[in-house]
Design a protein around this ligand. Structure first.
Ligand SMILES: [Zn+2]
Ligand SMILES: [Zn+2]
Length: 377
């Protein structure tokens, strides 16, 4: 909780947080100012801080305009907060970050024409892009249809934010480790005839097949993480969240991520799906995985809940209730759990709480990283 305490000491006060108190404008100013400064750093040191795949995806003029807008709004909101709030540190920090980003060149930092490939890079651009899109999408959803009324800054949020940051920053390593088991150990099993048949299927069918095959593997790996005593502590980290929201799904131990993704990719690699349906599936996974953890009270018609995983289904997987333990392993299709007898979901009901009985996993990214291998755990 050290980061939590540091932020509380820096920004915390006993003033109210309602609209008009300068809290929201100040918090947004710090958030946007940080994003703006990060984006300017990406423009200044693109070889070190950005990934070639993300660079190729983003239209530069739009990126530049967005950076200018973010910096400008951060400054104005910071100013507004300093006018509204007795303690000025939130607003002043937002303004200072915006000024630093502007002074660093803003959205107009020139780029060299062609960037030579770098062997090692960080995905700061990947992080900025995702945090901006996901907060824009999920914070309003969770405010409009909350399952539990609470702020973004609930206990444990800094831990999850660090997971989100680190996993995006290290995108190069995690992609490499995802592809490795398939490409290194299973290249011998590639069958051109099978791959030809798969690629002959319409793209929509390939997308669905991709999701089904991936979820069958994920189901098996997920169940092993729950079943095997030596594997469970790595996955227990994911279950240690006592609050479910869009950010809570980020809490995944590196061993959990690498094993699950690496093994899930093996059948996808062998079946040789076309790039378009495979990439469409990757976009779907990344949004769906965030959605099923979200703090939204949505319930869907019975047939939808039987067909695809909804927040209610996955919230039961995280439930503290004894009858829900070791249930609902599927990530996309709940009927896989029905098929194997591990389905749980009393109609219309939500869990009373989340986490692991006795709360054995410590709080904080570093403590959770070593938790599974700590002697005398
Ligand atoms: Zn689990
Ligand atoms: Zn989960």
């Amino acid at each position: 909780m050290d980061l939590d305490r540091a932020l509380q000491r820096l920004f915390g006060d006993d003033e109210p947080e309602h609209v008009g108190s300068g809290w929201l404008s100040g918090t947004l100013a710090v958030f946007l100012g940080t994003l703006g400064l990060g984006a300017v750093a990406c423009l200044r040191w693109p070889q070190l801080l950005t990934s070639p795949e993300v660079r190729a995806l983003l239209p530069l003029p739009l990126v530049r305009a967005t950076i200018e807008l973010v910096i400008g709004v951060a400054f104005l909101l910071g100013l507004l907060s300093t006018l509204l709030r007795r303690r000025k540190v939130l607003g002043a920090t937002g303004m200072a970050l915006a000024l630093l980003a502007g002074g660093g060149g803003g959205g107009q930092v020139p780029l060299p024409g062609a960037l030579p490939a770098t062997p090692v890079y960080l995905g700061l651009d990947w992080f900025l892009l995702n945090i901006l899109l996901l907060t824009l999408l999920f914070i309003p959803l969770e405010k409009l249809w909350p399952l539990h009324r609470r702020t973004v800054f609930r206990p444990g949020w800094t831990t999850d934010a660090v997971y989100f940051f680190v996993s995006h920053l290290l995108v190069q390593g995690s992609t490499l480790l995802t592809l490795m088991p398939a490409t290194v150990f299973f290249r011998w099993a590639v069958t051109p005839a099978v791959q030809g048949t798969v690629r002959g299927l319409p793209a929509v069918l390939q997308f669905v097949a991709c999701a089904v095959v991936a979820d069958l593997t994920e189901y098996a790996v997920h169940r092993l993480f729950h079943r095997l005593r030596w594997l469970w502590p790595f996955h227990a980290v994911h279950h240690s969240s006592q609050a479910m929201d869009w950010l809570a799904g980020s809490r995944l131990h590196v061993v959990d991520v690498v094993l699950t993704r690496g093994l899930t990719f093996v059948p996808l690699f062998l079946l040789g799906f076309d790039t378009a349906p495979l990439y469409a599936y990757l976009v779907f996974v990344s949004l769906h995985a965030v959605f099923i953890h979200a703090n939204v009270s949505w319930t869907f018609p019975r047939w939808v809940e039987a067909l695809v995983v909804t927040p209610r289904f996955h919230h039961w997987h995280h439930a503290i209730e004894a009858e829900a333990i070791d249930k609902n392993f599927a990530v996309h299709f709940p009927w896989i759990d029905r098929l194997f007898g591990t389905y749980y979901g009393p109609p219309g009901q939500w869990p009373a709480g989340y986490g692991i009985a006795g709360n054995p996993v410590p709080e904080g990214f570093a403590a959770q990283l070593v938790y599974p291998v700590r002697p005398g755990r």
